[in-house]
Every structure is written in structure tokens, then in C-alpha cells.
Design a protein around this ligand. Sequence first.
Ligand SMILES: Nc1nc2c(ncn2[C@@H]2O[C@H](COP(=O)(O)OP(=O)(O)OP(=O)(O)O)[C@@H](O)[C@H]2O)c(=O)[nH]1
Ligand SMILES: [Mg+2]
Length: 374
Amino acid sequence: MGRVSVGKSSLLNSLLGSHVFSTSPLHGETRSVDRSAWQSYDSGGVFLIDTPGLDEADGEQREQLAIEAAAQADLIIFVVDGDLTQSELDSLKTLYSQSSIVLLVLNKTDRYTEDEQDALLASLRRHTKGIVEDENILTASAAPPRQKLIQVDTVGNEIETVREIEPDVSMLTTRLWQILEQDGRSLAALNASLFASHVTDKIATRILETRRALAEKVIRYYCIAKGVSVAANPIPLADLVAAAALDSALVYHLSRVYDLPMSRRESGKLVAAIFAQLAALMGAVWTVHLASSLLKLGSAGLSTILTASGQGAIAYYSTYLVGQIAERYLEQGKAWGEGGAKQVAEEIMAGMDKNSIIESAREDISMRIKGKKE
Ligand SMILES: Nc1nc2c(ncn2[C@@H]2O[C@H](COP(=O)(O)OP(=O)(O)OP(=O)(O)O)[C@@H](O)[C@H]2O)c(=O)[nH]1
Ligand SMILES: [Mg+2]
């Protein structure tokens, strides 16, 4: 929200890193005939809504717009381009009375010197005391104009060059991410493009950490599911089929965590590629897996009990490997890198403590199987 031409649409575009909302130097670019015509854009689960500029004169319309915006939005970005006018302050008060979270953004900072910005911020804080928290008063330059530079060379010729100035909305993205994290909603916002472009290193790191933590949970979930199903399933061939299906479901799920969605077929193919590397690297382990599978065929239930948790643990471990390798592939933007799949598989295996994983797999599995029986 904000007065006409303060740069509301430009700010949303800058957050997204693309021109989604129309902007113009003319006043009143974002018009609305009726309120349902508010433009909105779904950025990976975070919805941005652009509103028409508030009219200084029409107090009733302003109040109405503020109430409706407050009812629809989880968070309101109130944009100004200078000190507050009385009508802006009135709108902020209305939003406050509707208990909205409001971020007050001073846009077009490229127009001000540092000192002027400090003075403006101090004034904004003073006027909105008790209405907007200090930490929610931010600066931005959503669409700074190109700068013309005139240089004079040694013989006195003037050379005109045009310099593009990058928009800066990093304070806003940082604050948005903090709020989402406090709210426990950062996972939902992971794939929103507003955090993909113009993101500060700090947020980029947090996004990667959040993805890794989520991926770890997803991988563990599938490891246990596979370990338990392999250990408990008395039909050996089905073990292997179920195992491969679970692995590709895992990869399918991981590709969504990394916002690089794969089809079922694609994830199946990736699993096959990873299996090929693993089979070459740890032939022995796979042979044991297969052998104990076949053994079960011969002596019905008995060997299931004998080899169950051991075989399940190996299945768990192989899924863990598949998950880690697929995760690396996704983290690198669906690429193996120079050394190919082989090197990734080798690195991941070398960096992993196999025995302790198998040990904890054994515990996990037998705990769950016992738990079921009781
Ligand atoms: N100098 C400068 N100009 C900006 C900045 N952000 C936006 N503008 C300019 O301000 C004008 C209005 O921008 P819009 O994004 O259309 O503003 P708006 O608030 O959506 O306007 P309405 O939809 O008409 O209410 C455009 O000419 C923009 O290029 C900025 O950070 N610095
Ligand atoms: Mg607009």
C-alpha cells in the first residue's frame, strides 16, 4: 500500500526480480475499477498483491482500502517516498487498529544523501511510534533511474555514458525472511522467487541450510520406511522392487525440496544412474543384500528373522546413500559436475561413516519392528 507513484509496483517487481506489475512515471498507474481487480502474483506459495495508489483527498476510500487490505494480507508493505503526510499516517493508524503487521518502507533512497535518509528515518520513527516497530522501518531503492555520466577526455571531448544502477531491496528481503522464520513459515516460502533473486548472502545461506535440514528429514523418513519394509517383508523379490520404488519416491520428494521438480520417470532414471555407480563401488554389500534376499526364498520365515534387521540396515544405508548423492546433484542445479556421477558417489561414500549409519539403522529398524509387534 501507499500513495500514488511512490513505487509500490516497482518494489514488488524488484522483490521478484522480474517485471510482473505494471509501473509508470504517470500518477495512478495501478488503477482498480473494483477491488477484485487488485493484481496478485503467486511466487511459489507467497502471494504478492499490488494495490492502487491511495488518493490524498479521498479519506473514506483510503480507510476502506486499508481495512480490506488488512483483512486479506498476512503482512502489509506500506511504501512512502519521503516524510509521512497526514493521510499516510491515518492509513497506518487504520492498519494498526486492524492488528496488521506493517513494514514501512522508505523507497527512492537514491534521491537522498545519507544524512537526509537518516533524518527521514528518524522522523518516520517518531511519527509512527507505537504503530510501527523500529525494526520494521526499512529503506529501498526499487527502480533507481539510469545515471548519465559525462567524461571529458584529454583533448577536451565530452563522452556521455549511461550507467545502470542496481535496485536495492535487500533490507526488505532480509526482514521478510526473518519474519517468516519467526513464524515458522520459512519452509513454505523456500521456493518463492522473491528470495531467489537479489538475495543477500545471509539469506541464501539460510535457505540452503533450511533445504538441507528438510532434505535430511525426508531422507531419514525414506530410509526408515525402506529399512522396515525390507526387514519385515517376507517376499524377497518384492523387497527389491519396493526398495527401488521407495528410492525413486525419495528422489521425487527431494527434487521438490530443491525446487527443481522431476517427473516420476526422471527420478526413476536418476536412481538407476546412482545404483549403477553404487553397484560398482560396493559390489560386496549389494551381493550380501541379494544373497539374503534369495535365502529368504528358500527357508520361508526363518531366515527373515535371522537376517531381517541386518538386511533392513543395508537397505536403509543404500537409501541413505542414494538420498545424499541425489541431494548433491540437486544442490548443484541438477548437475554432476566435472568428475561425473562416479566422483560424486565416491566423495559421498568417503565422507560417510558407514558403520555408525548401519548401527543406528539397526536400532531404528528393530525399535520400529518391535514397536509394531507390541
Ligand atoms: N528514483 C527512483 N524512482 C523510482 C524508484 N522506484 C520507483 N520509481 C519510479 O517511480 C515511478 C512510479 O513507480 P510505480 O512503481 O509505478 O509506482 P506505484 O506506487 O505503483 O504507482 P501507482 O500504481 O500509480 O500508485 C516510476 O517512474 C518509477 O520508475 C526508486 O527507487 N527511485
Ligand atoms: Mg502501481
